[in-house]
Design a protein around this ligand. Structure first.
Ligand code: DX5
Ligand code: ZN
Length: 223
């Protein structure tokens, strides 16, 4: 049986002027809080960094799932750990991924590895034993509100098979265009952590939207 779905609202689509209220609003349906860190180099967008993570940590005890879309996470992992991040996910497209994962764990962070839609699963395969989370992007990172890329689903299936074959307890997270229609497709392929930005914070009732995504992901659909 696939593990129970976990929902990770992405604050990128929340109202930053009332972030605390936005977080409180989805708290009952949030298993993790997804925080998109973009440096303007790795992706063509600039978002938030350790000071915001620190403020969010003062506000909530939620698991803070920091997705680092940065060219040079090595310089900042320590700052994220001190700010109260729970896990940091680095991108597999960078050099020296093994060292980055080691550095994250040495700092007491959970370590995640993210793959862009066009990065093959083989790139992650050598690292699986050293991971707490495998993030398979279902859009090219950079912006909220993009269309889910169903062509990534075979990679989710491939990753799930290999993780199970090795007997690892490693969750697969999907991020990008996740809503109540696409979450069941990703769940059927083997994902269990669902990041959703615009589908939650862009809804009239974010809490209800998160509840619906969880319910949809609990009944995996056939792709
Ligand atoms: C995209 C970010 C996502 C983004 C998802 O680069 O990594 O986490 O917030 O937003 P939606 O759910 O709107 O696609
Ligand atoms: Zn993200």
């Amino acid at each position: 049986m696939s593990p129970a779905p976990r929902i990770a609202p992405s604050i990128l689509s929340a109202d930053f002027a009332s972030l605390g209220d936005a977080i409180d609003g989805v708290r009952p349906e949030a298993d993790l809080l997804h925080i998109d860190v973009m440096d303007g180099h790795f992706v063509p967008n600039l978002t938030i960094g350790p000071p915001v993570v620190k403020a969010v940590r003062r506000h909530t005890d939620l698991y803070l799932d920091c997705h680092l879309m940065m060219d040079n996470p090595a310089t900042f992992l320590d700052a994220f750990a001190r700010a109260g991040a729970s896990g940091c996910t680095v991108h597999a497209e960078l050099d020296g991924v093994g060292e980055l994962l080691e550095q994250a764990r040495a700092l007491g962070l959970e370590a995640g590895l993210a793959l862009n839609p066009d990065t093959p699963f083989e790139v992650a395969a050598p690292h699986l034993e050293h991971l707490d989370l495998l993030l398979l992007m279902t859009v090219f990172p950079g912006f909220a509100g993009q269309r889910f890329m169903a062509e990534v689903l075979p990679k989710v299936t491939e990753a799930r098979r290999e993780i199970d074959r090795r007997g690892l307890d490693l969750p697969i997270e999907v991020d990008g265009g996740i809503d109540e229609d696409t979450a069941p497709l990703a769940a059927a392929a083997g994902a269990s952590v669902f990041v959703a930005g615009s589908a939650i914070f862009g809804a009239d009732d974010p809490l209800e939207a998160a509840r619906r995504i969880r319910a949809a992901a609990s009944v995996p659909a056939r792709a």
